[in-house]
Design a protein around this ligand. Structure first.
Ligand SMILES: Nc1nc2c(ncn2[C@@H]2O[C@H](COP(=O)(O)OP(=O)(O)OP(=O)(O)O)[C@@H](O)[C@H]2O)c(=O)[nH]1
Ligand SMILES: [Mg+2]
Length: 283
């Protein structure tokens, strides 16, 4: 199967591959304005702009550098539970990702608490509870309409009491206004910090890869409001290109920590820059 990159190369080098419209190609690959601009300047400075093969090789090397490997997140067996707060707009895959993380760390032998801090949508609580049962995690929820921050607070107390290694907090994605969404995430973050100044240890934005460079503006907004430490990019199994992973790292310095590749609990993998670059360019 031809990779999307190959298809783009064909599309943007109409004259038999001698010249490539790099700018159009890189933008369509979801690399964003800033990274695209820098890559073009690189190619020009190094005299590779009109050399399709060498140009591509240079881009590949630069992407690999931008995505430099970071150690995959691990859950230390500390005194207090490690806390992961998941935020993002509706439908991005937060609840599914919470379940996948519970499954992953549960399999490693960690005691996991799943907290449903989405008290906005009644079905959301049931959805997460079902996942908790499936993955063997403990489950904490609030009543419909309860303050999500209070659910997070209680969940942390329970996680400590049960000597859990990990607390995963799922949040709502749809609120009356986007501003409320940010305010709520900020409040949950501050409330967790009252229980443990080191918490939340991770604040991850869950984004759907198929939104393309929209992920950049989502990440910028959430980063401003809550401070993000990582990205979880979901639905990479759909026809998504995933270029925004490099764009977000370049523009905001936020690394992708996990990628979702399906709807089952096991469809989550730590982000691997080498595999990503390989898949991005394809054969
Ligand atoms: N194909 C695929 N589907 C996914 C993936 N992750 C989540 N989904 C699906 O995307 C849909 C939305 O996922 P949820 O986990 O409910 O998203 P959410 O962010 O919790 O949504 P809200 O609670 O409404 O904000 C569901 O149908 C999931 O099964 C993935 O990696 N691949
Ligand atoms: Mg949800």
């Amino acid at each position: 199967m031809k990779s999307f990159w190959r298809k783009l190369v064909e599309k943007f080098s109409p004259a038999g591959g001698e010249r490539v419209d790099w700018e159009a190609l890189l933008l369509e690959a979801d690399l964003g304005l800033k990274l695209t601009g820098r890559l073009i300047r690189l190619l020009e400075e190094e005299g590779l702009a009109r050399k399709p093969r060498e140009g591509e090789e240079r881009i590949r090397r630069e992407l690999r550098r931008v995505l430099s490997a970071e150690a995959p997140p691990s859950v230390p067996a500390g005194e207090r539970p490690e806390v992961i707060l998941l935020v993002g707009v509706n439908g991005g895959g937060k609840t599914t990702t919470a379940a996948k993380l519970a499954h992953r760390y549960g399999q490693e032998g960690k005691r996991v608490v799943l907290a449903a801090a989405d008290t906005f949508r009644a079905a959301a609580v049931e959805q997460l509870e079902a996942w908790a049962r499936r993955t063997g995690a403990l489950f904490v929820a609030g009543s419909p309409g309860a303050d999500p921050a209070s659910v997070a607070y209680r969940a942390h107390a329970e996680a400590e009491e049960k000597k859990a290694h990990l607390l995963i907090v799922d949040t709502a994605g749809r609120l009356a206004t986007k501003n409320n969404l940010m305010l709520e995430a900020g409040k949950i973050r501050r409330t967790l910090a009252k229980r443990d100044p080191a918490a939340p240890h991770h604040v991850w934005l869950v984004v759907d890869a198929t939104v393309g460079t929209n992920a950049l503006s989502q990440a910028a907004e959430f980063h401003r409001a809550v401070g993000l430490s990582g990205l979880v990019v979901t639905k990479l199994d759909s026809s998504a290109k995933g270029g925004m992973i490099a764009a977000v790292k370049e523009e905001l310095g936020i690394p992708t920590v996990f990628v979702g590749t399906g709807e089952r609990p096991e469809d989550l993998a730590p982000f691997d820059p080498d595999r990503y670059v390989e898949a991005f360019f394809g054969g």
